[in-house]
Design a protein around this ligand. Structure first.
Ligand code: ADP
Length: 156
């Protein structure tokens, strides 16, 4: 049978407990999940690509089904390149829903063979987002309650 491959696209700037939890819960559904770091030219990242990849590798070091790749261009084109039929996304808020809905529906028109799969965060992760985590780090606060236990995030 064909391998069930999903991509989990995002900027992971940095990876949070929210990302980690969504990915771990999705693992039983797929043979492989590719954490796909989008290199979006219009988006200024705080942590370097190398640093973000390093942290993700540390978190999933014992998980053979997880791979990491970076990409530019359309997410559906990247899916085709790596033969992924599923896009995994988290849905925290109604704002996420509206945003994700239009992207997923437009992707569906462009690439009908690809399904977007949404997972809701557990309640305690609903308020975690990378923007707030970056703000905490930038201002010298302790971000450890919000990031995976394997990593030690420090300002660059
Ligand atoms: P993007 O810039 O594409 O939103 P992110 O790295 O911020 O990239 O997020 C990647 C994915 O992880 C998105 O689908 C986002 O909704 C999801 N996500 C981020 N934080 C959480 C969280 N706390 N709980 C659940 N999903 C989350």
């Amino acid at each position: 049978m064909e391998k069930r491959i999903a991509i989990f696209p995002g900027s992971f700037d940095p990876i949070t407990k929210g990302h980690e939890n969504i990915l771990r819960r999705a693992l039983p559904l797929f043979d492989e999940i590719i954490i796909s770091i989008g290199k979006n030219s219009s988006k200024q990242n705080y942590f370097s690509l190398e640093q973000r990849e390093k942290w993700i590798k540390q978190v999933f070091a014992n998980e053979p089904k997880v791979r990491i790749e970076s990409y530019t261009g359309l997410t559906i084109d990247f899916c085709k390149k790596v033969n992924a039929k599923f896009i995994l996304r988290g849905l925290r808020t109604s704002a996420d829903f509206e945003f994700e809905k239009s992207i997923a529906q437009n992707n569906k028109v462009m690439a009908p063979e690809i399904e977007t799969i949404f997972i809701l965060p557990i309640p305690e992760h609903s308020a975690i987002n990378s923007t707030i985590v970056r703000d905490i780090i930038r201002n010298g606060g302790d971000a450890s309650p919000f990031v995976p236990k394997e990593i030690d995030v420090k300002a660059p």
